[in-house]
Design a protein around this ligand. Structure first.
Ligand SMILES: [Zn+2]
Length: 126
């Protein structure tokens, strides 16, 4: 059976406080985040495409716009309002919001969120 995996990487900036952190992350600060979104499927459309990259970019950017240039601790999402604005929860938030917007024949494999070029978290539903 055919199997196609595709991914897109988009960036955003946001501020946060990791409430209760025993270190610098307890102070207000920001990151230039990068989100890598990976999808897969086996059925291509009449043009031979799984999902058009420009459509995918719009879907992902609509979700990232909720975060971009915002203070994450004030975004209406339970973990964020509790101060748990970790890269883990941000990756999960992005995943959950993208999942509802893509065609059911396409599987959302994972969202990998880079907090820095060296620190990343990969979220998926296993
Ligand atoms: Zn941080």
């Amino acid at each position: 059976m055919d199997f196609f995996e595709l991914s897109i990487e988009l960036e955003f900036c946001a501020a946060h406080i990791l409430v209760g952190h025993q270190g610098k992350c307890a102070n207000l600060h920001g990151h230039n985040y990068k989100a890598e979104v990976c999808l897969s499927g086996s059925k291509l459309d009449s043009l031979g495409i799984l999902i058009d990259f420009s459509d995918l970019k719009k879907i992902v950017n609509n979700v990232l716009d909720i975060l971009d240039h915002h203070y994450i601790n004030e975004i209406d999402y339970p973990a964020f309002l509790e101060g748990k604005t970790s890269a883990e929860n941000i990756a999960k938030f992005i995943y959950e919001n993208i999942e509802t917007k893509i065609d059911q024949k396409i599987s959302l494999d994972y969202v990998k969120l880079y907090e820095t070029s060296k620190y990343s978290v990969k979220y998926s539903k296993k």
